[in-house]
Design a protein around this ligand. Structure first.
Ligand code: VJV
Ligand code: CA
Ligand code: ZN
Length: 390
């Protein structure tokens, strides 16, 4: 055996349920829960499971999900079936809850949602009960779901549910989102409270990139008497950002946020659609660059809930999340960059069979983020944080 052992001095819990992986959004829909199978295969083949407490997650209960979503919406989600998509009687509600091409009604939809949400709620509870220092749920991270509405492949906002758990114990929680899309659902849920600081890095192009929110000057209620005043940080980016610039920006922004806000816990959404070669994304990050953000966040030494999110080139999603698992258990040095022969579905990782293929070189998108622009972002955000402090 390759000798992966438990990390020194802290505990990592891993929350998953294989029942999530079997769900299908429909033919050629970009969201493929099957990417979780590939992730699991890598994590197991490298022996990383020996270093963590593994939990078979349970489904979140209706009541747990109703801590954020309305009972009406959840009731509809529970009883709707694929045939309703064509049935006239339901069409008003289907439209009002925003089901459609992005958020189709598929077989087992409610089970899928309650399972990925249950894993995030379980993970948050491990952290507050002091049974884990880092808790991982790669099936979660569905940041677009709203209180009464599905959005952008997301139906139930597991992140909001996880943060609500953490708020039972921690006065302040910081949310960080490195998915290529804006974390609008989480931002909106905590828009009016100073107990959660949301920080999203994303591609921003108001009219041409989903969801079109997350401008630099969109920071929460501006009235000084509103406690949520300026507790949303947005880092809007253009196409093609690369590892070095992204990591520097990430460190500059996150270190300033932590210094000012002093959170008791961090929730990190690791959407892998910010990698190069993503089917929907437009950044040029490598697996190592994406992982460096996770590694930096870990150095802050705070209790950490780590979730997945987007990611539409399954082989690269699984590479990133397996690599990030190895970072979180402090085993990067023990991981062979050549994907082991024992991995099931190893053919998906050809022809290179590497954990770190040069994604930034393979479908080069021109970098439209000047150094000057990135400096402007950091300076503006530091200014915003001074106002937040009051
Ligand atoms: O851009 C949009 C919205 C439209 C209307 C609906 N059509 C299908 C697409 C354009 C304006 N939606 C985005 C949603 C992205 C969600 C990202 C989720 C996450 O990563 O942040 C977190 C999990 C979008 N981009 C691309 C598509 N939708 C798309 C949807 C499809 C598709 C191809 C592309 C749905 C079905 C099929 N193909 C068959
Ligand atoms: Ca984001
Ligand atoms: Zn995304």
């Amino acid at each position: 055996h390759n000798g992966i052992t438990r990390p020194q001095g802290y505990t990592v819990s891993y929350h998953a349920n294989p029942a999530v992986e079997a769900h299908h959004f429909g033919q050629s829909h970009p969201m493929k829960p099957w990417r979780l199978v590939l992730t699991k295969e890598l994590v197991l083949a490298y022996g990383m499971h020996h270093a963590m407490d593994l939990y078979l997650s349970r489904a979140a209960t209706f009541e747990e999900m109703a801590e954020f979503h309305t009972a009406d919406y959840l009731e509809f989600l529970r009883q709707v079936i694929p045939a309703d998509m064509e049935a006239a009687e339901q069409s008003d509600r289907i439209a009002s809850y925003n089901f459609g091409d992005d958020c189709p009604i598929f077989d087992g939809l409610f089970d899928y949602c309650s399972l990925y949400s249950g894993a995030t709620v379980d993970a948050a509870r491990k952290l507050i009960n002091n049974q884990a220092d880092i808790a991982i749920n790669w099936s979660g991270g569905l940041h677009h779901a709203k209180k009464t509405e599905a959005s952008g492949f997301c139906y139930v906002n597991d992140i909001v549910l996880g943060i609500l758990q953490l708020l039972r114990f921690h006065p302040r929680v910081m949310y960080i989102d490195i998915d290529v899309h804006h974390g609008d659902g989480v931002e909106q849920a905590f828009w009016s409270t100073d107990r959660v600081l949301t920080v999203s890095f994303h591609k921003y192009d108001k009219d041409n990139f989903f969801p079109g929110t997350g401008a630099l000057d969109s920071n929460g209620p501006s009235h000084p008497l509103n406690p949520g005043s300026r507790h949303a940080i947005n880092v809007p980016l253009n196409d093609g950002i690369e590892d070095g610039d992204y990591l520097q920006l990430y460190k500059d922004v996150i270190s300033s946020c932590v210094e000012t806000y002093q959170p008791g816990a961090i929730v990190l959404q690791c959407g892998a659609d910010s990698l190069g070669c993503d089917r929907l994304g437009c950044f040029n990050l490598n697996v190592t660059g994406h992982g460096s953000c996770v590694a930096y966040t870990k150095t802050l030494g705070l209790p950490m809930l780590v979730v997945g999110g987007g990611g539409y080139t399954p082989r690269n999603v699984s590479r990133a999340w397996a690599h990030e698992t190895s970072i979180l258990i402090d085993a990067v040095d023990k991981i062979d960059p050549n994907i082991p022969d024992t991995v099931t579905f190893r053919n998906h990782f050809g022809p290179d069979f590497s954990l770190f293929p040069p994604l930034s070189e393979m479908r080069k998108i021109e970098n439209k983020n000047s150094k000057q622009y990135l400096t402007h972002l950091v300076n503006t955000i530091r200014e915003q944080l001074r106002y937040m402090q009051g």
